[in-house]
Design a protein around this ligand. Structure first.
Ligand code: IPE
Ligand code: IPE
Ligand code: MG
Length: 235
C-alpha cells in the first residue's frame, strides 16, 4: 500500500511518434494508439479513485509541427471529445481544459465545450486536459488577470498570496503529486510549472502507446516509496 497520498496525477503522454516510426508506421497511427491508451488509463484511474488527473495532450509549442500532423491531432481530439469519451459522462468524471483557445480550430473548441458542459455536474474524477497549453504562458496569463483586478480595484496588491495565484491559473487545482513522462525523456517541456513545484517525477522508458494500467500501478507503487519532505526533515 502506498504511504504517500496521491491526490493529483499528471501524465506527459510522450513517444507516440517514435512508437509508430519504430514499426515503420506513420506518426499518426502512434497518436491513435496513444488515444486508446489514454482511454484505458482513464478507466483505471477512475477505478483507483484518484481525485485528479491532468494529461498533456498538446503544447503551445506543438504547433511547430507539420501541418498534416497538427491537423491529424486536431481531428483526433474532435473524435475523442465528441463520442469516444462518453464513458466519462457515465462514470461521473468532470472534464476540464487548461490552455489557450486561440488558435484552436472552431470544431475543436466546440467539441471541448460540449464535453465540459455534459460533465460539469459530475462529482467523481476531475480530468484536466492540457490542450494548447504552456506552463510559462499560463503564468503570463495569470499575471495579466491579476494586474487587471488590481487596476479595477477588485483586489489590492497586499492580498496577493499563493492561494490567489492558484485560483487565477487556468483551473483551480491542487498541486500535482506525481508526474509520469513516458518515452524516456527526462524533462517537463513546459507542463504545469506552478502546480508541479513539489511533484515527484517518474520517467519510464516505455512509449506512451505501450504504457498500460499495470505500468501505472508500478508508477504509483514507486511514488508510494518516495520520501516527500517539502523542505522539512523526515521523521
Ligand atoms: C506525444 O508524442 C504526443 C504529442 C506531443 C501530441 P510525440 O508526438 O511527441 O512522440 P515522439 O516524442 O515524437 O516520439
Ligand atoms: C510534450 O511532448 C508535449 C506533450 C506530450 C503534449 P513533446 O514531444 O512536444 O516535448 P519535447 O519537444 O520532446 O520537449
Ligand atoms: Mg515527443
Amino acid at each position: 500500500m502506498s504511504k504517500e497520498k496521491l491526490c493529483h496525477i499528471g501524465i506527459i503522454m510522450d513517444g507516440n511518434g517514435r512508437w509508430a516510426q519504430e514499426r515503420n508506421l506513420p506518426r499518426s497511427l502512434g497518436h491513435r494508439e496513444g488515444a486508446n491508451t489514454l482511454k484505458k488509463l482513464c478507466k483505471h484511474v477512475i477505478k483507483l479513485k484518484i481525485p485528479y488527473m491532468s494529461v498533456f495532450a498538446f503544447s503551445t509549442e506543438n504547433f511547430k509541427r507539420d501541418r498534416a500532423e497538427v491537423q491529424f491531432l486536431m481531428n483526433l481530439f474532435v473524435e475523442l471529445f465528441k463520442n469516444e469519451l462518453d464513458f466519462l459522462v457515465e462514470d461521473n468524471v468532470k472534464v476540464i481544459f487548461s490552455g489557450e483557445r486561440e488558435p484552436l480550430p472552431k470544431r475543436v473548441l466546440k467539441a471541448m465545450d460540449k464535453i465540459v458542459e455534459k460533465t460539469k455536474n459530475n462529482t467523481g474524477l476531475v480530468f484536466n486536459v492540457c490542450l494548447n497549453y504552456g506552463g510559462k504562458r499560463e503564468i503570463v496569463d495569470m499575471t495579466k488577470k491579476m494586474i487587471e483586478k488590481v487596476q479595477n480595484n477588485e483586489i489590492s496588491i497586499d492580498e496577493i498570496d499563493e492561494e490567489m495565484v492558484r485560483k487565477n491559473l487556468y483551473q483551480d487545482l491542487p498541486p500535482v503529486d506525481l508526474v509520469i513522462r513516458t518515452s524516456g525523456e527526462e524533462r517537463i517541456s513546459n507542463f504545469m510549472l506552478y502546480q508541479c513545484a513539489y511533484a515527484e517525477y517518474y520517467f519510464p522508458k516505455t512509449y506512451f502507446p505501450d504504457f498500460g494500467p499495470k505500468d501505472l500501478d508500478e508508477a504509483i507503487e514507486a511514488f508510494g516509496k518516495r520520501n516527500r519532505r517539502f523542505g522539512g526533515v523526515s521523521k
